[in-house]
Design a binder for this molecule. Structure first.
Ligand code: GTP
Length: 406
């Protein structure tokens, strides 16, 4: 595994890529990133690879002009190599690059083209006289440049491919070309040097691409985590700590927004205020802890009784809860209030100080179509007065306020 230098670590916020030393594959607990990286690398480099193929085919063909001058008597062989072999192969790979399965073999296809182009150049040297062969050797450097950089081959593929070309060159030199010692030495220096430099550039480029990929993914993961933390935080800040229904702040916000929306759309809005009966005596008799448990159970029963869109159940304060129902007329709100009352009674929470001997609720309902002649406060006060009436009338019942018949 390669160790990240301090400057690399600083640049990547301490993130360290775990890479196999030669193949540069992700290893260890980053091994799962290998396939996604390859896919991303393919999509990021496909455009440049296509340009490289197109340019390579064009440039290889353009050198036919040199053939006219250097190889007039062997033109047919040279042009068969250029136009009969490399040109169709290049165009075929270019066409295949638009096929959806190209990702599976694009490194192989590009390596094949680099090998074919490089071998073509070596073949052309065998057609020239010894004195002219240097005119073609420079073409091999171009093939290495394609392999290590332009074609966007990965390091391992580029290295295998370009050193294979060097090997072919050596074999052809010794078996066919028999160059002079100075020609042989100069070519060796150029080709081996070009390969070493190319390898280093290619290695660092792929390593950087892998680090950038890791960094990008780590950033995406952190963003997702942050988003989920923020969502959780938002939920928490909206909840009442004890009963886990909406808190007063959220209830007020919801009421305000629902009011505006119903005002714009001329829809009705209903509010139900629910108050636990003789809760002071419950606390006095059973204690505050039992009182808290009672509040939790009542809140749960309340939430379960109100399964409706555009509706919010919240703790208004103390032993008082409120339900805001956007789009609800009086009748619907009254039905929901009655369902809540029954649900709480059916909990049958013992309350010896209550007439019914169980915990009950009194509820006040008010509904109206919001207008410029009515304020939120007036609607709320209407529901609150209805609640007061319910208390006066003996508790454990629903009363409807008569502000505006909605
Ligand atoms: N355990 C507990 N009690 C609370 C909490 N908040 C408010 N209370 C109690 O709720 C009681 C409310 O009593 P009151 O406002 O006098 O009304 P009530 O006894 O329910 O009488 P009616 O409303 O007339 O039926 C008080 O004893 C408060 O201490 C709470 O978070 N936990």
């Amino acid at each position: 595994m390669t160790a990240a230098s301090p400057s690399e670590k600083a640049a990547t916020g301490g993130l360290r890529a775990q890479l196999a030393p030669f193949s540069l594959h992700f290893v260890g607990n980053q091994a799962d990133w290998e396939q996604p990286f390859r896919e991303a690398y393919f999509h990021n480099t496909l455009g440049q690879a296509r340009i490289a193929i197109g340019f390579g085919v064009f440039y290889f063909s353009l050198f036919a002009i040199l053939d006219l001058l250097v190889l007039p008597e062997r033109l047919l062989e040279a042009w068969v190599c250029r136009f009969g072999v490399f040109l169709p192969a290049g165009l075929m790979v270019l066409a295949l690059s638009f096929h959806k399965s190209f990702m599976g073999f694009y490194q192989g296809a590009l390596a094949f083209l680099v090998l074919l182009g490089g071998s073509g150049v070596i073949y052309l040297t065998t057609l020239t006289s010894q004195t002219d062969s240097y005119l073609y050797y420079a073409g091999l450097i171009l093939a290495f440049m394609f392999g290590y950089g332009f074609a966007k081959l990965r390091f391992v593929t580029a290295t295998c491919c370009c050193w294979t070309l060097v090997l072919i060159f050596e074999v052809v030199e010794f078996t066919v070309n028999h160059p002079s010692l100075k020609g042989l030495l100069s070519n060796q220096f150029f080709f081996i040097g070009a390969n070493i430099v190319g390898m280093m550039i290619c290695y660092h480029q792929e390593k950087s691409a892998r680090l950038a990929f890791l960094l990008q993914n780590q950033l995406a993961e952190q963003n997702a985590l942050l988003l989920s933390h923020n969502q959780n935080l938002a939920k928490l800040t909206n909840l009442d700590g004890l009963t886990k229904v909406a808190n007063r702040r959220h209830l007020d916000q919801f009421f305000h927004q629902a009011w505006k929306q119903c005002l714009d759309e001329r829809h009705p809005l209903a509010i139900i205020i629910c108050d636990i009966d003789v809760f002071k005596q419950y606390n006095d008799h059973y204690g505050h802890v039992a009182g808290d448990d009672c509040l939790i159970k009542v809140a749960k029963a309340l939430s379960q009784s109100v399964r409706r869109a555009n509706t919010l159940v919240g703790r208004y304060g103390g032993e008082e809860f409120a339900v805001v129902m956007a789009g609800a007329y009086t009748e619907e709100a009254q039905t929901v209030a009655e369902r809540i009352r029954q649900a709480v009674q059916q909990l049958a929470l013992p309350h010896v100080k209550s007439e019914t001997k169980v915990v009950t609720l009194s509820l006040g309902v008010a509904a109206a179509v919001p207008s410029q002649y009515l304020t939120q406060r007036e609607l709320f006060q209407c529901a609150d007065s209805a609640l007061y009436e319910a208390k006066l009338a003996g508790r454990n019942q629903v009363k409807v306020g008569q502000l505006i018949k909605a």
